[in-house]
Write a protein that binds this ligand. Structure first.
Ligand code: NAI
Ligand code: MG
Length: 493
């Protein structure tokens, strides 16, 4: 038994809500079981918060905002708290990483090196940014002074998904808290534990009680109560396009709260015959779709390969697949873990079946894996001979399934790449710089990668065109979602 198994046996999987700095069960005392997709073990129970808990948390958040206990602190003081929180997250990295792995099945090495590390970096970055943000002095006539200042929007709700639970929470609460807002975080019912622990660490870092609450529960209950609330000013959502549409409707039905959505994707990865490094392109194509078990909104799930290199590319790609065989997420060598739950596993297997029924060619995988583990695993799967009208070419699968299409004309590939309701990420591989930039401009996506797939960091915005959502997480642009611009016009003569 490895070290992480021993730690898992002792893990504190406290599923109580965090309201006003205290861990509490839901007002109605409803709870649900939290089963780990690693091996089916019962981790504990989670508070099933509903409208009553939302009422309480929003009232506390509003009162905290009004009395200025956080919003009224100097930016440098808020910065100190966020920097302490980032340090505490790193000090508790093992604990946070273990909760993430047990809750949603990703390999422990990535929970540590990706999720916890990037989430702490995100909190630190927004802490560091907040005392360097200047307002504007407008070019007003000589008898006037016109200032443009940024103010916190007030009470922010963050509704987050299960695929990167801690990191998505950090992308929302980092800029929202730095700007001085009160925040209510509703983590996914499928992976709430790391967000709850994050809330405790924020209080340990010196965040005043009342400013930040974490309410686990189901979407149509706790989530909808937040989206419909008349006293929530802005909502940052990451999840499915289906629910993103509902969030915007609920904002419109209630108080027109700002509704920011980061939704699904069906990102296209276009590899031209003049690709500068075929091995790197193959590694990125395979590694990026299988990373996080394929449960990434920006996963390059549609691969377009030019005919001249098609056979060589696919041979190299298939040779890499055994590396991604699902294994125990609690072993440090594992690179592919479990899907988040049995429901997601069934959804993915259903897509695989549809690909076979619609006439795509299954090259590898296609089945559940590690079936004697009690967990939720799917073998890395590659289809080729995929046609654009097939479901596996159009819909977000959110699992380790790659759909490969062959092309002769790169402009036709770009047209097909854009023929989707999504627009999150895209990539092109070519050694010709002018062609690369022209294609990058033609691709309708929030991020376009050239000759790489996963390099980006907190300094650049992340978000989608079309039905991949609106607004941007990360970078200074994220402050736009959680602040208002106020004009102050003074007569001075
Ligand atoms: P989801 O969109 O249902 O859940 C995301 C969040 O929204 C969760 O916190 C959930 O509780 C909440 N929610 C659900 N219904 C709600 C409602 N009526 N009102 C307010 N909040 C609500 O995502 P789900 O069902 O967990 O995953 C389904 C599919 O969504 C995945 O297979 C994938 O295709 C996509 N997805 C995309 C993500 C992304 O990163 N863009 C993340 C998670 C899922
Ligand atoms: Mg779970």
């Amino acid at each position: 038994m490895g070290i992480w198994h021993e730690r898992a046996a002792r893990a504190d999987c406290d599923g109580r809500a965090l309201i006003n700095g205290e861990r509490v069960w839901a007002a109605a005392d409803a709870r649900f079981d939290n089963l780990s997709p690693v091996d089916g073990r019962l981790l504990g129970q989670v508070a099933r918060c509903d409208g009553r808990d939302v009422e309480r948390a929003v009232a506390l958040a509003r009162a905290a905002f009004e009395d200025g206990r956080w919003a009224g602190q100097a930016p440098a003081a808020r910065k100190r708290v966020l920097l302490r929180l980032a340090e505490l997250m790193l000090a508790h990295a093992d604990e946070l990483a273990l909760l993430e792995t047990l809750d949603m099945g990703k390999p422990i090495q990535y929970s540590l090196s990706v999720d916890v590390a990037l989430a702490a970096n995100c909190i630190r970055w927004y802490g560091e940014a907040i005392d360097k943000l200047y307002g504007e002095v407008a070019p007003a006539p000589a008898d006037s002074l016109a200032l443009v200042v940024r103010e916190p929007v007030g009470v922010v709700a963050a509704i987050t998904p299960w695929n990167y639970p801690l990191l998505m929470a950090a992308w929302k609460i980092g800029p929202a808290l730095a700007a001085g807002n009160s925040v209510i975080l509703k983590p996914s019912e499928k992976a709430p534990l790391s967000a709850l622990r994050l809330g405790e660490l924020a209080h340990a870092a010196g965040l005043p009680p009342g400013v930040f609450h974490v309410l686990p529960g189901f979407g149509p209950e706790a989530g909808a109560a937040l989206a419909l609330h008349m006293d929530v000013d802005s909502i940052g959502f990451t999840g499915s396009t289906r629910v993103g549409k509902q969030i915007q409707q609920m904002a419109g039905q209630s108080n027109l709260k700002r509704a920011w959505t980061e939704l699904g994707g069906k990102s296209a990865n276009i590899v031209c015959a003049d690709c500068p490094d075929l091995d790197a392109a193959v590694q990125a194509a395979v590694g990026s779709i299988f990373f996080n078990q394929g449960e990434s909104c920006n996963a390059p799930s549609r691969l377009f390969v030019e005919r001249a290199i098609y056979a060589a590319f696919m041979e190299k790609a298939l040779a890499l697949v055994p590396r991604y065989a699902p294994a125990d997420p609690l072993e440090e060598s594992t690179v592919m873990g479990a899907l988040v739950d049995g429901q997601q596993q069934q959804t993915v297997l259903g897509y695989i079946e549809s690909g076979q029924n619609e006439g795509a060619r299954l090259l590898t995988g296609g089945t559940a894996a590690r079936t004697d583990s009690g967990g939720c695993y799917v073998a890395p799967t590659i289809f080729d001979q995929v046609r654009p009208e097939m479901r596996i070419a159009r819909e977000e699968i959110f699992g380790p399934v790659l759909s490969v299409l062959c092309f002769d004309d790169v402009h036709e590939a770009v047209r097909q790449a854009n023929a989707t309701s999504y627009g999150l990420h895209a990539a092109v591989w070519t050694r010709e710089l002018g062609k690369a930039v022209q294609l990058a401009r033609a691709l309708r996506a929030g991020t376009v990668h050239i000759n790489q797939y996963d390099s980006d960091d907190i300094t650049v915005p992340f978000g989608g065109y079309k039905q991949s959502g609106n607004g941007r997480d990360k970078s200074l642009h994220a402050f736009d979602k959680y602040t208002e611009l106020k004009t102050i016009w003074m007569q001075i003569a």
